[in-house]
Design a protein around this ligand. Structure first.
Ligand SMILES: Nc1nc2c(c(=O)[nH]1)N[C@H]1C(S)=C(S)[C@@H](COP(=O)(O)OP(=O)(O)OC[C@H]3O[C@@H](n4cnc5c(N)ncnc54)[C@H](O)[C@@H]3O)O[C@H]1N2
Ligand code: MOO
Length: 425
């Protein structure tokens, strides 16, 4: 086993969170732009502003199944004394050659069909006898009623989406409605996700004494995917520098980022630190809890971020350092989680002096309050799994009392608010 042990540096000061954030943010550059078919664009960042080549709707059309009329021709219509008009044309959706509507006539028209020239209103079929040769109209109307005007949704040249917007189902729908088959998007940054630790066993395999199941790999790969990246998970690497290098080096040419977890603190078998120190990666202690030991840099020219192994530390560090950098590299304009101020419920919080603390919690969208879930320990992953937010406690704050305001990062929307709070509400 080739393990080099880095001596702990007892005197090093803790670096501010913002310093490491800037270091990680500066590692990756924006991926290149490609044109991709709409069906392959969901969740990607649009690379250029999208302006409309045509109006939407493209032409005046009917909003209802019924009859196109001149409103003035049915001005006296009532249920008791209907106005009867000859039906001169049938205009289903898709018919583009309907002649002009003459005064005193009606055209039977369907929803979405082009409005016959001259018509100024549509009477819904429910306000008529539904006649085919002639139609009895039971109610009056006014010009413009039940019509959809060309361009009232989008005008030619309007900007319908901006560079850096996430392509949602609705944005893809707009692009398709404008007749676009492809969009310019940024490629997902490719991220190699590697967990280290001789104690780790792949889920599904039998667990031997002293060993635990590997959870960071699948968790971080999922987080990468959610942050616009394309993850590839390597099998766990034991605490052996030779094995680490052998696993990583053949893959470096394929990726935009190497993301490791574990092996970066102060012990005797810190494989990531041992393999990458003096190889372009710098290791620091950050003024943060959890997530104190961190590393970042370039190995053989490839950006590397090394997260601590404790699962909560790994995921919180991902949120604080990696997610914004990855979203920026993937081309997104918005890279930060939504933040808000919430009223702390439950017990007072204690936070270490000189370290920014991130606690896990549940934000209640209806009341604007937040309750902490779980203790600070960075092995307490199930509380994080129940959480929908992080509470950010500034480094100079050592206590937060219930009823006072605290900053929260929203990790999830109210639609996933189904987990009950501690008091059963
Ligand atoms: N003497 C010191 N000890 C520790 C320090 C320190 O400053 N001085 N820092 C502590 C802090 S804070 C953290 S966080 C951890 C980080 O340690 P490493 O990044 O070196 O991670 P490991 O030692 O490899 O693992 C820590 C912990 O997490 C478990 N782990 C690791 N990888 C996974 C995985 N993929 N799936 C599930 N669990 C994993 C591992 O078994 C350990 O229990 O160091 C403290 N120690
Ligand atoms: O910083 Mo460690 O991440 O507290 O557990």
């Amino acid at each position: 086993m080739t393990t080099v042990t880095t001596q702990p540096n007892r005197t090093s000061a803790l670096l501010p969170v913002s310093t490491h954030q800037a270091e990680v943010a500066g590692l990756m550059s924006r991926t290149e732009i490609r044109r991709r078919r709409l069906e392959d664009c969901l969740g990607l960042a649009l690379a250029e502003d999208l302006t409309a080549p045509v109006p939407l709707p493209p032409f005046d059309n009917s909003a209802m199944d019924g009859y196109a009329v001149h409103a003035a021709d049915v001005a006296s219509a009532t249920a008791e004394s209907p106005v009867t008009l000859p039906v001169a044309e049938d205009v289903p959706a898709g018919r583009g050659d309907a002649p002009a509507l003459r005064r005193g006539q009606a055209h039977r028209i369907m929803t979405g069909a082009p409005l016959s020239p001259g018509a100024d209103a549509v009477i819904p079929v429910e306000s008529t006898d539904g006649g085919v040769a002639e139609v009895a109209v039971f109610s009056t109307t006014e010009p413009g009623r039940h019509l959809r005007r060309a361009g009232e949704d989008v005008g030619v040249g309007d900007t319908v989406a901006r560079a850096g917007d996430r392509l949602s189902p609705a944005r893809l729908g707009v692009a398709a409605a404008l007749g676009l088959a492809e969009l310019p998007v940024h490629r997902r940054p490719r991220v190699l996700v590697l967990s280290t630790g001789s104690e780790l066993t792949e889920p599904g395999d039998a667990l031997e004494p002293g060993r635990i199941y590997e959870s960071n790999g699948v968790m971080l790969a999922a987080a990468v995917l959610e942050a616009g990246g394309e993850p590839t998970r390597l099998r766990v690497v034991p605490d052996d520098v030779g094995e680490f290098r052998a696993a990583v080096e053949p893959r470096l040419g394929e990726v935009d980022l190497l993301l490791t977890s574990g092996g970066v603190s102060a012990g005797a078998y810190e494989v990531v630190k041992d393999a990458l120190t003096d190889q372009g990666v710098r290791f620091h202690k950050i003024a943060m809890q959890p997530g104190m030991p961190q590393g970042a840099g370039r190995y053989r020219g490839v950006p590397v971020v090394t997260l601590p192994g404790n699962p909560v530390s790994a995921l919180v560090s991902f949120e604080v350092f990696v997610r914004p950098a990855l979203l920026a590299a993937a081309g997104f304009r918005e890279v930060l989680r939504p933040r808000t101020s919430a009223t702390l419920e439950g017990d007072a919080l204690r936070s270490p002096a000189g370290r920014r603390q991130y606690r896990r919690g549940r934000y209640h969208f209806d009341t604007g309050s937040v309750r902490v879930l779980g203790a600070p320990g960075s092995h307490l992953l199930s509380a994080m799994a129940e959480s929908n937010c992080l509470l950010e406690i500034p480094s100079e704050t050592t206590a937060v009392e219930p009823g006072t305001q605290v900053t929260v990062w929203l990790l999830d929307g109210p639609q996933n608010n189904a987990v009950p709070s501690a008091d059963g509400q």
